[in-house]
Design a protein around this ligand. Structure first.
Ligand code: AMP
Length: 418
């Protein structure tokens, strides 16, 4: 079922959203992007004559914690939605069930933080540090058992289930995946945000226009290895950049000075290069670097060959020659995936490479390429450089997007498609 096909008139929808927004010490929302992102879905249901029971997590509480109460955001959600949203202090209480049952078309109810219950994540809490494996196993079994009742109760509030929380789609939690089992195929669907994310991921994983170029940046090979391996069987060009550059350069016998390097991943770097060759993938690495004499924005800097970095200096961004080479590859691409900066973009003096990659992506997009930017820092990058509107899609789901491009099946997506 899709959200556009479903007739919400007189129906109650349980909508799992990601309202995990940052709050300051006075509980003011400092960035409401995630709430705004769910509005089209919520409004569609309300305008269609349905009512919504909104479920979300906020932070990582280990139990009931005022700091993580969703009541802090209730006013703002009401304001954005243009509806006086009701609140249930405890998502499992009689009050919650009664309020859900009494909802009239066009009305909305926000449930308290689902993660106040261990059953949401299905992980035992309060285990002693010295708990034995047996004790851990018993506790895990108990929470998995009570998770069934928790999930069933959430499902009982509504006639249909809408998942619009891509940010948690890689978690098999009660409200993100397990709950879907209580609804048949005609009564569960993605929300608009989730639909867009799923489509964008599909375009770079399955429906690929070639040449396909992935730009993987960031600090460590170890955190990107599964993605790189999965991409090697999909892409035509793989630009590996950021701090990872120097592990590759060192593995090839280059001098990298004090640049960041994972000594235990040198073999792996060589193996990846070999695999790329076998698969006919053009693995592109930087040839020059912007080096600094300390890890600081105010460091002295100069450009040099990436494999001739003097002792006492470290590479904190790519140099102009690499920028040109990367841009050339990017501009000739029809599908582009960008995850991770080319350098320490948090320092103004080392943003140039990331900006030039972003600009090349925007130009390729103008010429008809599909571009997906996602995963934490690259989103911060395109926002910082004001380039977000020039790319095809900016993903909202950091960890979920990375797992999807690793080739993993996301439980939140699988549960709707089941
Ligand atoms: P990740 O979280 O793995 O995507 O990595 C992003 C981080 O990598 C950013 O905080 C960057 O500052 C960092 N980074 C990128 N290039 C370098 C570099 N050459 N040296 C040190 N850190 C880097």
């Amino acid at each position: 079922m899709t959200i556009d096909q479903f007739n919400f008139a007189g129906k109650k929808a349980f909508v799992r959203v990601d309202f995990n927004v940052p709050l300051d010490e006075n509980f003011n929302i400092t960035d409401d992007t995630r709430i705004r992102a769910a509005l089209p879905t919520l409004k569609k249901i309300l305008n269609g004559g349905g009512s919504v029971i909104i479920g979300s997590h906020l932070g990582r509480p280990k139990g009931v914690t005022n700091k993580y109460s969703l009541k802090h955001i209730l006013g703002h959600v009401s304001e954005l939605l243009g509806v006086d949203v009701q609140f249930a202090n405890d998502c499992m209480s009689e009050e919650a069930a009664m309020k859900a049952a009494a909802l009239q078309p066009g009305e909305a109810l926000l449930l308290e933080n689902l993660r106040f219950y261990a059953e949401e994540e299905g992980k035992p809490r309060g285990l002693a540090d010295d708990a034995t494996d047996d004790e851990k196993a018993v506790a895990k079994k108990a929470v998995k058992e009570s998770q069934k009742d928790f999930t069933k109760k959430l499902a009982s509030y509504a006639d249909c289930y809408v998942n619009d929380a891509f940010g948690t789609a890689h978690r098999a939690h009660a409200s993100t995946a397990l709950i879907a089992a209580y609804f048949d195929k005609d009564h569960k669907m993605f929300g608009y945000l989730m639909e867009k994310e799923v489509k964008a991921v599909d375009k770079v994983m399955n429906d690929i226009q070639r040449p396909f170029t992935a730009i993987m940046g960031g600090s460590k090979v170890s955190s990107k290895i599964e993605i790189i391996e999965n991409l090697l069987s999909k892409v035509d060009n793989l630009i590996v950049t950021g701090g990872m550059t120097y592990t590759f350069t060192k593995a090839m016998g280059g001098k990298i000075g004090n640049s960041i390097c994972e000594e235990d991943k040198l073999e792996l770097a060589l193996e990846l290069m070999k695999k790329a060759k076998e698969k006919g993938v053009n693995l592109v690495l930087a040839t020059d670097a912007k080096i600094a004499d300390s890890f600081s924005n105010d460091a002295n800097t100069r450009f040099c060959k990436v494999n001739e970095i003097p002792d006492g200096w470290e590479g904190l961004d790519i140099g102009p020659e690499s920028e040109k080479a990367f841009a050339e590859v990017i501009k000739n691409s029809k599908t582009i995936l960008w995850n991770g900066p080319t350098g320490v973009f948090e320092f103004e003096n080392f943003t140039h490479g990331s900006r030039s990659v972003g600009e090349a992506i925007v130009e390729a997009t103008k010429n008809g390429a599909f571009s997906l930017v996602g995963g934490g820092d690259s989103v911060a990058c395109v926002n910082k450089f004001g380039l977000a509107s020039g790319v095809s899609y900016v993903s909202t789901g950091g960890g979920a997007l990375l797992e999807a491009i690793e080739g993993k099946v996301l439980p939140g997506i699988a549960a709707i498609n089941a």
